[in-house]
Ligand binder design. Structure first.
Ligand code: ADP
Length: 459
């Protein structure tokens, strides 16, 4: 349970690979948050009076500044949460390189829409909602803030960003760069943990954009309910991969290893459950084990490291407890499982698992891939859908019609056939069931950051 009492003092950011303090910042006192929200509301009047295009132009020069600082931002992110340096710098570059196109996509998505019939002409406007609270996690410490903040700002809202307590320094740096161009009060960082997050949710905000765990998402929704605040919740997953008997096993195993162990498994669309046709199970497991042996776990800033530590001791303990419980209940360790120092968990493959085990039901968020055999496509679909989550999924099979039929029947927001679940440019990031409530990205996602209004007159 998080401490939700008013918190003050310093927030220390700890390097999970070494235990060293990366830096410290004063926490935003929880009782100062209503005043910050009031200031954001004052600033919204001027910001909201600009057009979508004008707001995008204010933000546009920040792209070059982000690009110039990408290396430094990536290094800071890697030190704060432990992802290998090339991945962290890659994330910073991705944010900088995609910044301008993202602005253009948001402006286009929020353009007026005219509808008319014989008597009435109506204009649908995408107006600001007001003040937005953006609450973000640590696993993509730059991308998550960017995806929450840009559509909110271009839509004309002012934003208070409360980044994860694990990655505050890099998120505050991100806001500092945007604030070189934004008017005062338009984007305000809030420093702290769940206490500050909750204070923000309870304050006079109009929209809450949250990415994080399902449990915290439910708490936020409950706290938002009394005043019917808008919420966009991007929550966890327990993504399945279905490997059909005609699949390219080389490709499926390479995908499984990449997508289970990337970012030490700390990705909401990590492959956590793998269902493989019984006839190809042994060969698939062998190929997975070979691919896993080629990974190099180590210090995130050491050249060649592909898997870093878990973000903190709490996360490690949760992952290790799930592995130990599964092994006690009869699961077989194909790779990993040995104790590691500090916050490290070895990339682990388990077979002989079933849905009675917690590791097949609850989100693991660690470098663990669990493999269960199935005997028919219908059984694979049933297993894939036996979860309260529904974020991503993948199906591998050479017969595309058959693979597509399995993919269509998996109840997830995003399903990939012979690839990961991420869609083409312009697609939203969307979950079903308890993985999401509202969604972001792509034109459909961007519009959720605005209030649709209808202005009508006689023709
Ligand atoms: P994790 O435990 O993996 O960090 P959380 O879902 O708890 O995932 O955290 C995601 C974000 O939500 C973080 O920025 C965190 O500080 C914030 N947070 C945690 N609890 C609350 C809460 N009750 N209300 C609002 N925000 C919260």
């Amino acid at each position: 349970m998080r401490d939700l009492e008013p918190a003050s003092g310093l927030l220390h950011s700890i390097d999970p690979a070494t235990g060293e303090t990366v830096g410290s910042l004063p926490r935003t006192p929880t009782d100062a948050i209503p005043r910050l929200v009031f200031q954001a509301r004052e600033a919204q009047r001027g910001w909201g009076a600009l057009s979508h295009g004008q707001r995008a132009e204010v933000l546009r020069p920040a792209a070059a500044r982000l690009k110039a600082e990408a290396r430094r931002l990536g290094e800071l992110a890697s030190r704060e949460m432990g992802k290998p340096l090339p991945e962290a710098v890659g994330e910073a570059n991705y944010c900088a390189d995609g910044f301008a196109a993202e602005l253009d996509e948001i402006v286009a998505a929020l353009a007026d829409i005219v509808r008319e019939d014989a008597r009435t002409q109506s204009t649908l406007r995408h107006a600001p909602l007001g003040v937005c609270a953006a609450i973000t996690p640590w696993n993509f410490p730059l991308l998550m803030p960017q995806q929450s903040v840009l559509p909110a700002l271009v839509a004309g809202n002012t934003v208070l960003l409360k980044p994860s307590e694990e990655t505050t320094l890099v998120a505050v740096e991100y806001t500092r760069i945007l604030n070189e161009f934004l008017p005062a009060g338009v984007l305000t960082p809030v420093v702290g943990d769940g206490a500050q997050g909750r204070a923000l949710v309870l304050a006079d905000v109009d929209l809450i954009v949250f990415t994080g765990s399902r449990e915290t998402g439910k708490r936020i929704m409950a706290d938002a309910a009394p005043s019917l605040k808008r919420v966009i919740l991007e929550l966890g997953g327990k993504d399945p991969l279905v490997v059909l008997d005609d699949a390219d096993l080389e490709a499926a195993a390479a995908f499984a290893v990449r997508n289970s162990f990337r970012n030490a498994g700390q990705v909401c669309v990590s492959t956590e459950r793998i269902y493989v046709a019984r006839s190809v199970r042994e060969e698939f497991l062998r190929k997975m084990a070979d691919n896993t042996a080629a990974l190099r776990q180590g210090h995130p800033r050491e050249q060649g490291t592909t898997v870093g530590p878990m973000v903190n001791a709490r996360q490690k303990a949760k992952v290790v407890a799930q592995i130990d419980a599964a092994v006690s209940a009869g699961a077989t360790l194909i790779a990993g499982g040995e104790p590691r120092d500090g916050n490290f968990v070895a990339p682990t493959i388990l077979s002989d698992v079933d849905h009675a085990m917690e590791i097949m039901r609850e989100e693991t968020f660690g470098p663990v891939a669990c493999v269960q055999a199935f005997d028919s496509d219908d059984a694979a679909v049933r297993l894939a859908n036996d979860t309260p989550f529904g974020l991503g999924a993948a199906v591998f099979g050479r017969d595309l019609a058959r693979a597509a039929s399995v993919a269509e029947r998996i109840h997830a927001g995003m399903v990939g056939i012979n690839q990961g679940c991420g869609g083409a440019d312009g697609c939203p990031w969307v979950g079903v069931k308890e993985s999401g409530y509202g969604f972001h990205s792509g034109p459909e996602g961007h519009r959720q950051f605005a209030q649709v209004r209808v202005i009508s007159r006689a023709r």
